[in-house]
Design a protein around this ligand. Sequence first.
Ligand code: PLP
Length: 447
Amino acid sequence: MRASFIHSASRVASRAARRSASSIGSGSTHHLQRTSSFPASSGITTTQYRFKSAEPLHEDPPPPVVEQAPPTPAADTLAQHEAEPHLDNNTDDTIRDYSDVSKAGTPSPWAVFDAWGAGEGIVDPLSPEEESMLSPDMVRIPTGYEEEGTPVNVADESDILKSYDKLLKRKSSVHFGYPYNLMYNHEELYEFMKYSINNLGDPFITSNYGVHSRQFECAVIDFFASLWKMEPNSYWGYVTTCGTEGNLHGILLARECHPDGILYSSRETHYSIFKAARYYRMDAKAIPTLPMGEIDYDALANEIAKNRDRPVIMNVNIGTTVKGAVDNLDRILRILKTLGIPRERYHIHCDGALFAMMMPFIDWAPEVSFQKPIDSIAVSGHKMLGCPMPCGIALSRKEHVKKVEQKIEYLNSVDTTIMGSRNGQAALYLWYSLRKKGIAGIQRDVV
Ligand SMILES: Cc1ncc(COP(=O)(O)O)c(C=O)c1O
């Protein structure tokens, strides 16, 4: 692999940091400017911003002139090194020094925030008065049945929301630890928030609920089906509430296909996979991991060999939560082949919440696609892609979903999803992000 995830992520961070100070637009056709509502005392006045994935603009201001220190022997060596061709010489980033122990850590590469005017710095914490606006007493919803002594004067909603806005700006400006891409701009979609968009029923079947965004949902599913190399008409999927729902759906299909199967997954797997096993009362084996967080392939092979009389339901991690470890799909397929497990006796779900949508864009990354004998993939939409509400995608082979399908008379549709009412806004936001970024924009975000 040309670049490890950590390496490419750090380049993303530094590029994004450079861009956050520059002139910004959401895509090549349409430039946006936003004036922040911060008081002058915050030192933050006008912030222009762009999607991180937008093409660099020609009118970007020239970089500030930095006074050059006289060359030192170390700088000479560095210059010589830079001049020589060397592997991975595709970045102009310099090495960053994070040895300042007064800092809590290094910035999360996907958490460079510049969508709401906060990217210029860390927003001040709330004053005690502002904080009190958000106390349980202030946000309480009066019923008239309160116990005696309960304060009756709750704060005005607008004042409460002002404090809340400031709290979110503050929290977003110090966002840390969660791999969320906060560099998005969906202002063009705000108008649609006034509609109750609900994608009830199956995305591909016309229901009798008219206020939906299923056309956008289907476009999102088609995009991912193409990205992961599915044949036309061979797939089924939907926009979920999150990666967890995608996992719950994938494992449900697996259990329906193999009711007596055993679920295998590594010990470092996200809790949603073993939660699915618990919900569906499935037998599950947590396999030890190698030091870098991948599943221990020998331990997996031993466990499958011991239970040859039962079908294999395999969860493959395409990025574990803490270490970002990617289980080697090809190696797992080889184990199944070596043990003589036929295709009809195994089912593979890929938990790609973190990296499934990045893999196709990384040079030399092992291919994760439906050209291989896998059955379903789940991915989160609010992480790598950047979406203001939790969401995700579940994608599977079409024949599997028939196993759970139920006709629902009053919807005039079929029930194939985990949830009933489904967030039509999320499908619209995902569609918008994908359309605005395009393949080239996603590639820029990833690499
Ligand atoms: C590997 C992995 N799988 C699944 C999930 C669940 O995703 P979500 O938070 O979208 O439900 C996460 C969340 O961080 C994750 O890291």
